[in-house]
Design a binder for this molecule. Structure first.
Ligand SMILES: [Ca+2]
Ligand SMILES: [Ca+2]
Ligand SMILES: [Ca+2]
Ligand SMILES: [Ca+2]
Length: 872
């Protein structure tokens, strides 16, 4: 051990000297830290962004093939330098690059390459595919010259996969069952000392304790496994070893010193001990100081470090936030100064993609900005897309994507845009350059593209007066009922902006928004979609307005003296429904003392099914409300009286409904063990975690009005990979054929005809990480059609092996009844968080289905007979 420390010290002092020699005085490598809250980050994968030097593409390790998603595509640092205008013109001010360090190029055990950069073999060298140290310095210089900043992605948890355990594991004899990945290219173990000491069969290497000699994590809820086992086969570094900690600080301090990196994005932090991070950032070790110390020595007083955790966060719960924030340490013992905002990411998906209540966003914004959980919310890294997850657009309409981008640019925290979002990429890791994988033979640097232009203009608004980047945030309106208005105010110095969304796919009424501004003041539209012109603030500071489907606007509040007429709504609801709970149909009544204007009841803000009131000659009205228009279970609702002619709405009354799961019910068994394709010739993936999750055993269908509940009993229900929806290893397609509406006969993406006489109008695509509802409009052989909301609610009972799917009346377009509707269900599996149907090959594999090498094979492993909802 002593020997090791001496060698370590030698390595570290050597680098310091080496560092001084290499620093070129003429290059602009070191610049002061910016105010990070004002920045906009563009994230790119070096291998997939631009190829500026094709000579470095093929390094002869069988790792390069532009047609193969698993291999290097040829992107590099020179390509990035050549395209800095593209990024700057988008409005981004900082660039986050995937790890540029020397990687394992090809892992023969899993047949995959380290093109992404997360499989280091040497933390202190630039990978030959990407360029040289000098070229990296040149990149830093070019970025800084433009007033922009450079963020490097780093990994401390693991190296590439250079060993594993085979046939068993004995924690007391870690040399038993150890197997070296000796055919790995270009090296069979890391070249950087001491990470090359990876063979426990050699006593000195074993005693050096550089690695946790462990097998793969199989139980992510086991804290010991999570911290010390191999994540996805990647050799887990012993980050508790203080010598290792010294080397890691030195290895990454190297890039700050030599290249002038301004920040780090830090990979897989949840697999490293929590106390590691304060030490990594702030160690006062003189030989290998913490990153903040090194940054200070280069003139940076706020080196940005944002870590990755993909901890799910439940609606209206802050436990995910608390866990995420724990990596930032405390005031007394700070660690990282930022994090990727995964709790916000999940909330954005729920609110903008799935049509969940906008109150979920109010809660999240207040938790993240106005609570004390995060040390500096304005420095959090907010994002929609990254290279690890299925893209936002795959679960959302383009209109929802644009709204989500408006949100990112109008709340506190640094917006992060991932390459390709601006061109509506659907593949997570497709190349921007035409030769690279997934580009479909085209360059994607068009600056006229619609979303590119949107981002550019949003960046301009965000940078205007710093109201959106630095201002306080106050949510003015949200709905605890469902989709609809979401409104917040941003205030900075003497300026105020108000941001308005309608998250519904239908027009809604925003009634009596309390702007807290003076009557006659104006809201000047700075940027919007579906909204036009300015708004004048009415009596008592209220604004009532119809919002078109998916409208969004950023307004600036201007003091003004516009005339406002004080009008009175001459209509009332006299029934005492406020806070009542209805379990049956009910009647509402009231009075209208106005002959000139039509009046409507608006339930849950939805203008589509507004109810026109017909008063008698005395002005009395009464209206019966059917319970079946509300969703199963207990739900909250609101109701207002609305006079569009006067643009006035009554005060909002709230009530609840309890709709028991009742109505027409059908139950049908499906054979056990028939999860082998329509022709009984398919095989399940072979990984040990597959246990019949795709085998449907029973289907129960209950309908009530246009409420639909489907309960599937499955061969097994598991959540091995901690999916947010509570079940994994099954992808459920629920096809719904509504009577008297033309639909689609073939099953689209599944490459199969539908059952005889079946024409589907909707399909729900349900998996551990996916909950997407499509209407068949625009469906093709490559797409299920048009994404609509709200998506169904999912309930899982692991013990009973059931998955319950509830469609609210809204989801299926509010048909009066579902009588005569048909249901057909087909299962497969999807590719976890990255999405997409798993592939089928002749021989199959751990995660591939087997039994066909036809590229257009039918993607159905089990399916049901058609169930028809009977007429009552
Ligand atoms: Ca290249
Ligand atoms: Ca390994
Ligand atoms: Ca670890
Ligand atoms: Ca079955």
């Amino acid at each position: 051990m002593k020997e090791l420390i001496i060698i370590l010290l030698f390595t570290i002092s050597y680098t310091c000297v080496h560092g001084q020699i290499n620093t070129n005085e003429k290059l602009k490598l070191h610049v002061p830290s910016p105010k990070w809250e004002d920045q906009i980050i563009y994230f790119l994968m070096l291998d997939r962004f631009a190829d500026g030097d094709s000579n470095n593409n093929d390094q002869g390790g069988d790792e390069y093939d532009q047609k193969d998603s698993r291999k290097f595509s040829g992107g590099d640092i020179q390509g990035l330098i050549d395209h800095l205008d593209y990024i700057q013109n988008l409005g981004a001010t900082a660039i986050w690059i995937t790890p540029p360090v020397a990687n394992q190029w090809w892992d023969p055990e899993i047949q995959f390459s380290g093109y992404h950069g997360y499989w280091a073999e040497n933390f202190k060298e630039v990978d030959k595919h990407f360029g040289t140290l000098e070229l990296y310095q040149q990149l830093s210089h070019e970025i800084h010259k433009r007033g922009m900043y450079l963020i490097q992605d780093i990994v401390l948890n693991h190296t590439g996969n250079f060993f594993h355990y085979e046939g068993g594991y004995d924690k007391d004899n870690v040399d038993s069952f150890y197997k070296s990945n000796k055919n790995s290219s270009p090296v069979s173990k890391p070249t950087q000392y001491p990470f090359n000491l990876n063979d426990p069969n050699v006593p000195e290497q074993k005693n050096a304790n550089i690695y946790n000699w462990t097998p793969d994590i199989t139980d992510y809820e086991n804290p010991i496994q999570k911290l010390t086992y191999q994540m996805g086969g990647l050799d887990d570094i012993n980050t508790e070893n203080i010598n290792v900690r010294d080397v890691l600080r030195d290895s990454y301090g190297y890039w700050v010193r030599l290249v002038g990196v301004d920040g780090f994005r830090i990979d897989t932090i949840i697999y490293v001990e929590l106390d590691f991070w304060a030490d990594f950032m702030n160690s006062l070790n003189t030989e290998a100081p913490g990153i903040n110390e090194i940054a200070k020595s280069t003139g940076r007083d706020n080196f940005l470090t944002f870590g990755e955790t993909f901890i799910p966060s439940d609606p209206l719960q802050n436990s995910g936030d608390i866990e995420v924030a724990s990596y930032m340490g405390t005031k007394e013992k700070p660690a990282l100064n930022s994090m990727l905002n995964y709790p916000l990411y999940y909330t954005i998906n729920r609110v903008f993609s799935q049509g969940k209540p906008t109150q979920f966003m109010e809660y999240r914004l207040n938790t993240f900005v106005n609570d004390t959980i995060y040390r500096d919310p304005f420095q959090m890294a907010n994002f929609l897309d990254n290279h690890d997850w299925s893209r936002f657009i795959n679960s959302s309409s383009p209109a929802a994507l644009k709204q989500a981008l408006f949100l990112l640019y109008t709340i506190p925290g640094i917006p992060v845009i991932y390459q390709g979002t601006e061109h509506l990429f659907t593949e997570s890791r497709a190349s921007m350059f035409k030769e690279g994988w997934g580009s479909e033979g085209e360059d994607h640097f068009d600056q006229e593209a619609e979303v590119y232009q949107l981002l550019k203009s949003l960046a301009e608004v965000r940078q205007k007066d710093k109201v959106l980047s630095r201002g306080d945030l106050e949510v003015l309106q949200s709905s605890d009922v469902g989709t609809g208005a979401l409104v917040y105010k941003r205030s900075y110095l003497d300026k105020q902006f108000i941001v308005v969304f309608n998250t519904a796919d239908q027009p809604v009424l925003m009634s009596n928004l309390q702007t807290k501004a003076s009557p006659g003041d104006e809201l000047i539209l700075l940027k919007g979609i579906g909204l036009y012109g300015n708004w004048v603030i009415g009596a008592k500071g209220f604004i009532t307005s119809e919002l078109p489907a998916r409208a969004v606007g950023i307004f600036e509040l201007k003091n003004s003296n516009k005339k406002t007429e004080t009008q009175v709504l001459n209509a009332t609801i006299s029934s005492d429904i406020s806070n009542k709970i209805f379990k049956d149909d009910f009647v509402i009544s009231g009075k209208i003392q106005d002959q000139n204007n039509p009046y409507y009841l608006i339930i849950d803000d939805k203008l589509t099914n507004k109810i026109k009131l017909s008063p008698d000659t005395n002005g009395n009205w009464q209206q019966s409300i059917s319970l079946s228009r509300f969703s199963f279970g207990t739900s909250k609702h609101k109701i207002v009286l609305y006079s569009p002619g006067q643009n006035l709405a009554s005060e909002t009354l709230t009530f609840q409904t309890i709709v028991p799961v009742q109505g027409s019910k059908i139950s049908m068994p499906d054979p056990i063990g028939d999860d082998n394709g329509r022709n009984n010739d398919y095989k399940q993936p072979t990984h040990e975690t597959y246990k019949g999750q795709q085998d449907i055993l029973n289907i129960e269908v209950i309908t009530y009005g246009s409420n639909l509940q489907i309960t599937l009993t499955m061969g097994d229900v598991t959540d091995v990979w901690l999916p947010p929806n509570g079940f994994d290893h099954v992808l459920i397609h629920v096809f719904i054929d509504l009577p008297n509406i033309d639909g689609r006969k073939d099953l689209s993406v599944l490459n199969a005809p539908g059952p005889e006489g079946f024409e589907w109008n909707y399909v729900a695509y349900l998996a551990g990480w996916h909950n997407v509802l499509y209407s068949a409009e625009n469906a093709s052989s490559e797409s299920f059609g048009t994404i609509v909301t709200p998506t169904p609610s999912l309930m899982v009972d692991k013990d009973k092996r059931t998955i319950t799917i509830q469609f609210s009346p809204d989801a299926l377009g509010n048909p009066k009844t579902l009588e005569g509707a048909k249901i057909y269900i087909a299962t497969w599996d999807n590719n976890g968080s990255e999405g997409g149907h798993r592939v089928i090959t002749q021989d199959g594999g751990p995660y591939d289905f087997g039994g066909s090498n036809n590229p257009n094979a039918t993607l159905i492993i089990d399916d049901t007979k058609v169930i028809t909802i009977p007429k009552n």
